[in-house]
Design a binder for this molecule. Structure first.
Ligand SMILES: *Cc1c(COP(=O)(O)O)cnc(C)c1O
Length: 360
């Protein structure tokens, strides 16, 4: 039971539609639905349960995320993007049909020391330029050889773009060429594209793709809107007006008097704050949506509340619903005002925010 009028409304059929849109961009490839970080804040179990009949596999960052999905009854293979280390983790992967994306010599040595069964489908992460995780192409080739010989399997060769959202990036092309050359030589399948690459670099979207952010209707590319990408916004954050007051010129609102009225203003207080995931460090241009109009966030965002200027919306009253981000206020816009990206705001919606699911 929850009473607070502050919600993240999650539209599960929008997520499915976005997944299908990702598939349309690469009809010959297969797409792993990336649901790490609690499905980017949308609830991994709910999202996985809804998508499961439609996807070949899921991806998460680490083992505990995958185990939680199995405990909730999700049966499809789960790719573990940060790989697995040590015997216990690898045995769990065998037992639960997880696909480790092995990225280091240490992880591969651990794997080979326990004579794994061929059913343990391995992916090898190759560092083609991101320089964060991954084997060198030379090491990847020798490990792929070894897996072919000793496990009778061809690993999927994977890499991750560092600049996928940049149009015509020579870095992306170089990364792609390196991985394709290695995969052709080894006769292995490849996995390269995240959401931005599916859109920007369709040549890379072969084999297995790994769309994440686009599934949630958040454009991975700054110059494209949700509609232009044929996506649907999956999360709408709303709250209510819980108080309204008038302030006189020169009077300040909120902590540290960061905002001062220049003229007589009508200020509404909303039941949402930074402890819900609304960014505290937002600049003074951040806006919300009510009564078909936009209104400015004014003053410092508090833990449980924030204040907006509704001087131009005389019909607004206590109890009215206000959208913080969603179909009218893109999450990327709120993020830009807080000097961050939509990914961060979505994944930082906190546990106390009630999530209400819409299913078709
Ligand atoms: C998070 C992640 C993805 C998904 O990226 P999006 O930009 O959200 O589409 C794909 N691959 C790897 C390795 C990741 O870590």
């Amino acid at each position: 039971m929850h009473h607070r009028p502050t919600l993240a409304k999650i539209n599960l059929s929008a997520i499915l539609s976005n997944y299908q849109q990702a598939c349309k961009l690469a009809p010959k490839a297969r797409q792993v639905a990336v649901i790490k970080a609690d499905a980017y804040g949308h609830g991994a179990i709910e999202v996985a349960t809804y998508l499961e009949p439609h996807v070949p596999a899921f991806a998460v960052a680490f083992l505990d995320e995958a185990l939680a999905l199995r405990a909730a009854g999700i049966g499809k293979p789960i790719l573990i993007l940060e790989g697995l280390t040590g015997e216990e983790e690898l045995r769990l992967a065998e037992q639960f049909n997880f696909w480790p994306m092995l990225h280091s010599n240490e992880q591969l040595l651990a794997l080979m020391s326990l004579t794994p069964t061929p059913e343990l489908q391995c992916w090898l992460k190759v560092d083609t330029g991101m320089h964060r995780l991954g084997l060198t192409p030379v090491d990847a080739q020798s490990w792929a050889d070894k897996l072919c010989r000793e496990m009778k399997q061809r690993p999927v060769l994977a890499s991750h773009f560092s600049c996928a959202e940049v149009l015509d990036s020579p870095i992306s092309k170089h990364q792609m060429q390196q991985l394709f050359a290695l995969a052709a030589h080894m006769e292995c399948e490849v996995s390269l594209a995240n959401s931005a690459a599916l859109i920007r670099l369709p040549q890379s979207a072969v084999g297995w793709n790994r769309p994440g952010i686009m599934l949630y209707g958040c454009p991975p590319i700054a110059d494209k809107t949700v509609a232009e990408l044929n996506l649907q916004v999956a999360m709408t954050v709303t709250s209510q007006i819980i108080a309204i007051r008038e302030v006189m010129p020169g009077e300040a609102v909120g902590y540290n008097c960061r905002w001062q009225a220049e003229q007589k203003s009508r200020i509404a207080t909303l039941a949402i704050g930074y402890a819900d995931g609304y960014p505290r460090l937002t600049n003074s241009a951040s806006e919300v949506f009510l009564h078909g109009q936009r209104a400015r966030v004014v003053g410092t965002v508090s833990m449980d509340m924030l204040t907006i200027d509704i001087s131009h919306i005389p019909e607004a009253k206590v109890g009215d619903e206000v959208e913080l981000w969603g179909g009218n206020i893109p999450v990327n816009e709120v993020a830009a005002h807080a000097n961050t990206i939509g990914y961060e705001l979505l994944t930082r919606v906190t546990q106390r925010m009630h999530r209400a699911y819409l299913r078709d």
